[in-house]
Design a binder for this molecule. Structure first.
Ligand SMILES: *Cc1c(COP(=O)(O)O)cnc(C)c1O
Length: 339
């Protein structure tokens, strides 16, 4: 089976397991785990922030990041396909009393400064106050799209001008960085809080890091504990993330090449199924009149696992546990199915 359902399905390599087994650990609720401290400091430095916090998932990282920026009873603005509003089970509202308003980007996930400027609520007693804007880069349900850096700078200017905070869901910021060459720090410093995932394309089994200023991270550390996210000798996990940071960032280019080859192989056989060339490691395919579930089942029968993302769309995600050959072969199989 060529499993392209997600880049979360990767398993730790032998080298990563060895690094995890050898990790120096301590009780992190007492802040005595040197491996976690190292991961937090390195991630913060990489993104141009003062401090970092290791958390079990990207969802918890976003939950804490948005909470730092938006008081109870106020709102966050984001894309209608954002992970925070589509895949986090209402937790920002449910646990933190935060509401959201969304903009539409026609399925691309891409944000525009003009659209955001028009959405920010003016200070008025009868309107929900806009406290934060959330950007996702790359954009998962938008098909792995990259937010253009110049537009992010303009969005930052709009938000700064309006006194609105900014959170970046950078679950796959690594992928954007590898394609554009924009430094992680240049992306990171545009935002008040940034979340990055080590468990997606970087291949670690568990872990995300939230970065911000020291005061914010001190607050988030207490809130993480109250959410049940205080972990003990979790340096074993952080060691996997450090290994990923040292070995698996630049190789994301291979995943992007695999996605491009897959899309081309589909295009050769079923041009109507493929839209724009993939920007990173996510290939979205149209199933035309056929239900996506039916195509997912047929692909499974032919040895390719993909996932349905809409009634007539499926996606294939490339990652470090598939080869270039697997990607091309999967594209041929999917192309025949969709022809
Ligand atoms: C995967 C993902 C997350 C967080 O996912 P977890 O499964 O909670 O680690 C957040 N944002 C985006 C865009 C993602 O793709």
């Amino acid at each position: 089976m060529i499993d392209l359902r997600s880049d979360t399905i990767t398993k730790p390599s032998d080298g990563m397991r060895a690094a995890m087994a050898a990790a120096e650990v301590g009780d992190d609720v007492y802040q005595e785990d040197p491996t976690i401290a190292e991961l937090e400091a390195r991630t913060a430095d990489l993104l141009g922030h003062e401090a970092g916090l290791f958390v079990p998932s990207g969802t918890m990282s976003n939950l804490l990041g948005v909470w730092l920026n938006v008081p109870r009873g106020q709102e966050i603005l984001c894309d209608e396909l954002a992970h925070i509003v589509r895949a986090e089970h209402g937790s920002h509202a449910n646990l933190h009393g935060i509401t959201s308003r969304t903009w539409s980007s026609g399925g691309t996930g891409l944000a525009s400064a003009a659209v955001i400027e028009a959405l920010i609520a003016p200070p008025a007693g009868f309107l929900v106050q806009t406290a934060g804007v959330e950007i996702e880069n790359t954009h998962n349900f938008g098909g792995g799209t990259i937010q253009p850096y110049d537009e992010l700078v303009r969005i930052n200017q709009v938000c700064r001008g309006a006194g609105v905070n900014m959170h970046l869901d950078g679950a796959r910021l690594w992928n954007a960085h590898v394609v554009t060459g924009v430094a992680m720090r240049d992306y990171g410093t545009l935002f008040d809080t940034v979340s990055v995932c080590y468990s997606k394309g970087l291949g670690a089994p568990v872990g995300s890091v939230l970065v911000s200023n020291r005061a914010n991270i001190d607050r988030a550390r207490l809130q993480r504990k109250s959410l049940g996210g205080g972990m003990r000798q979790a340096g074993i996990l952080a060691a996997g993330c450090l290994y990923a940071l040292d070995h698996n960032v630049d190789r994301l280019a291979d995943d992007h090449a695999g996605a491009a080859a897959l899309a081309e192989a589909v295009r050769d056989r079923a041009p109507q199924a493929v839209g724009d060339a993939p920007q990173t490691n996510i290939v979205v395919l149209s199933t035309g009149a056929r239900a996506s579930g039916e195509v997912v089942a047929a692909a499974q029968q032919s040895g390719v696992a993909i996932s349905g993302v809409g009634p007539h769309t499926v996606r294939a995600v490339t990652h470090l546990d598939v080869t270039a050959d697997d990607c091309r072969q999967a594209g041929e199989i999917l192309g025949k199915l969709l022809a």
